[in-house]
Design a protein around this ligand. Sequence first.
Ligand SMILES: NC(=O)c1ccc[n+]([C@@H]2O[C@H](COP(=O)([O-])OP(=O)(O)OC[C@H]3O[C@@H](n4cnc5c(N)ncnc54)[C@H](O)[C@@H]3O)[C@@H](O)[C@H]2O)c1
Length: 346
Amino acid sequence: MIRVGIAGIGFMGMVHYLTYHKLRGVKVAALCESNLKRLKGDWRDIRGNFGPPGQLMDLSGVATYTSIDEMLADDSLDMIDVTLPPALHAEVVIKALRSEKHVFCEKPMALNIRDCDRMTAAARQAQKLLFIGHVLPYFPEYAWALKAIGSGKYGKILGGSFRRVISEPTWLANYWKADQVGGPMLDLHVHDAHFIRLLFGKPHSVVCRGRMREGLPQFWQSQFDYGLQGPVVCATCGTIDQQGRPFNHGFEIHLEHATLMFEFAILGEKGDYLMKPTILEGGKVQHPKLPDEDPMNAFTAEIQEVLRCVRQGDRSETLDASLARDAIVLCQKQSESLRRRCFVRL
Ligand SMILES: NC(=O)c1ccc[n+]([C@@H]2O[C@H](COP(=O)([O-])OP(=O)(O)OC[C@H]3O[C@@H](n4cnc5c(N)ncnc54)[C@H](O)[C@@H]3O)[C@@H](O)[C@H]2O)c1
């Protein structure tokens, strides 16, 4: 039985808690949360852009803490799941690794590369596993693309464009603060940066154009340069000033013998495909049937991968901290390009 302590019971802490409850061989044995109402099980005020609403929870049998250090002192815990705001990731992850626990930390890994490197070094020194919660490869459309590309059936990958443009998430505190959340570059685009890194490796340079808000990129378009013979990769991301589209993402991926496409959005309250998953191949247009698109299923698959790796002492190909660090590098270089209006080498 893997015993987990969750640090931070907000939207993601709740999503992870509910997910562990569906799985075998794992128990949420401890929670740490500074909000006493939530620590006592009143989760009714928790909100995010998907998943079930927060409810009154029965937390009997779960040790509850307001202090991270006290939870980390519990030697019976095997893993700490960090679902705290991004500004706290580095400090808490490093402490948790030093207390000899494996760590699963939500994205973004940290707000700067120096902290990512400190976290990776702490994992190496402690000889513990560090996973970063990049859930996108577990969403059915992205898992479909990874499988299709990996099969080799459609030939070489030639490039892709990736989109993620949402209404400003006004419910998130400190969104436009570089030292707290980092705006849409680190909160939102980091998902696609990770996926781009997973599919294409590291580009030679990036160029980014767009508009800024409060010193941070607000809406932009980026090109990732992989050299003359390399794939053609671009991304559009950011927030718009109108409410009504809390979620939107999609891609168009070009292979030698197929093009894969999809776009999904929540408009108002309703989530729907703007373009259902589509493959163009050999003159035919087909719509593969993908598993249920409920985002909660993606978290189940992601956490199953974490638990598999902990049981087998493996690193994860998708959730490994080195990939997550590269995603932060890609984000930082795009921000620099946008600010300085130039190509930035990696
Ligand atoms: N993978 C995804 O799709 C996804 C979606 C949303 C959020 N996230 C990530 O999850 C993380 C958390 O985001 P969220 O939306 O759940 O935030 P949130 O603000 O809803 O929750 C954070 C919780 O941490 C608690 N907290 C803050 N400081 C604390 C401390 N020192 N000790 C104990 N508790 C403390 C807060 O009271 C709050 O309940 C972020 O890194 C975010 O980027 C990922």
